[in-house]
Every structure is written in C-alpha cells, then in structure tokens.
Design a protein around this ligand. Sequence first.
Ligand SMILES: Cc1cc2nc3c(=O)[nH]c(=O)nc-3n(C[C@H](O)[C@H](O)[C@H](O)COP(=O)(O)O)c2cc1C
Length: 162
Amino acid sequence: MGLMNCNQKIVIVYASVTGNTQAVAEILTERFRTVGFLPDVCEINHFDVNELKRYDIVVIGTYTWGSGEVPAEIQELFEAFEKLERPELVTAVFGTGDSFFSEFCGAVNRFRDMLYVHTNLAATLKIELMPQETDLVRCQKFVEAVARRLVDTDKMRKRKAT
Ligand SMILES: Cc1cc2nc3c(=O)[nH]c(=O)nc-3n(C[C@H](O)[C@H](O)[C@H](O)COP(=O)(O)O)c2cc1C
C-alpha cells in the first residue's frame, strides 16, 4: 500500500500488564507511520474516554483475563463505545492471549462483536503471547485493512454528499 497523505486523527489505546500487548502496539505504531499516519499511543490508564470524539480512527489493544474476559481497566472504554453513537468511526481491535486457555483472546472477541454493532469495524488481530517474526506480516495486513477502510469510508461519504 502506498503512503497515505492524511490528516485523520488516529489513536492506539491498549491495556497490557506483562508487555505482550504493548509490544504489538509498538509494532502497529511503527507500521501505521510507514503508511502515513501519525498515531497517538496511549496506555489505557492514561486515556480519557471523553477523547474518543476527537478521533477518526480508534485502534484498541487488549490482553484477556479470567475465562475469556475483558480486563477491568479497559471495561470503561468498552462501555463508552456502546454509548458513543458514532457508527462511522473506523475502529480495529488487536490483542494477545494464551491458547492454553479455553477461549483464546476472548477479550478481542468481545470487543469485535460490540464494535461491529456500534462502529465501522475494519480489522481484528489475535497474537499468541509475545509477537514473533511471523506475526509482522499479520500486523502489516491489519494496518492496511484499517487504511483501506478509511479510504472506502471517505469515498462513500463524498458520494453521499453529491
Ligand atoms: C489469570 C489469567 C487469565 C487469563 N485468561 C486468558 C484467557 O481466557 N484467554 C487467553 O487467550 N489468554 C488468557 N490469559 C493470557 C494473557 O491474556 C496473555 O498472557 C497476554 O499476552 C497478556 O498480555 P500482556 O502481556 O499485554 O499483559 C490469561 C492470563 C492470566 C494470568
């Protein structure tokens, strides 16, 4: 995908305790930069959910807790999307998990299902624990899917306006 020259505001918000999800967030940040975005990157404890309205693209990263559950610290963000009423907002969700557990990356599934209903969900990505070399191409595809959705959404908006 070519370099996008865009002014769209993008944020990557993530929850991470042992660093796996943070590592994916860092890879994605670098990949988004290479296609022309300048993402804000924010650990969930430093993110104010009222800021959601400032962004054109929101990318969420989460680990999974309990038995396939969304971690407590990212629950407020989850609920904020349910109330947001911005169906055009481009979103994507990634996460790390451990396939030892019965629901691998269950928190990504929960976000995926909710974002699909309430927003313009572009992509999901699940990674086993710490990202490996082989995950890099999947990260790239994730970023390209988000960028493509933004272009398509923009085209659709312009078509509707004419
Ligand atoms: C108590 C506990 C419960 C977990 N439950 C799940 C689970 O249900 N599904 C899953 O895929 N991973 C589960 N995990 C694994 C974590 O999601 C995984 O280690 C993740 O990569 C941690 O991300 P972080 O390094 O960003 O904190 C669990 C881990 C712990 C400690």
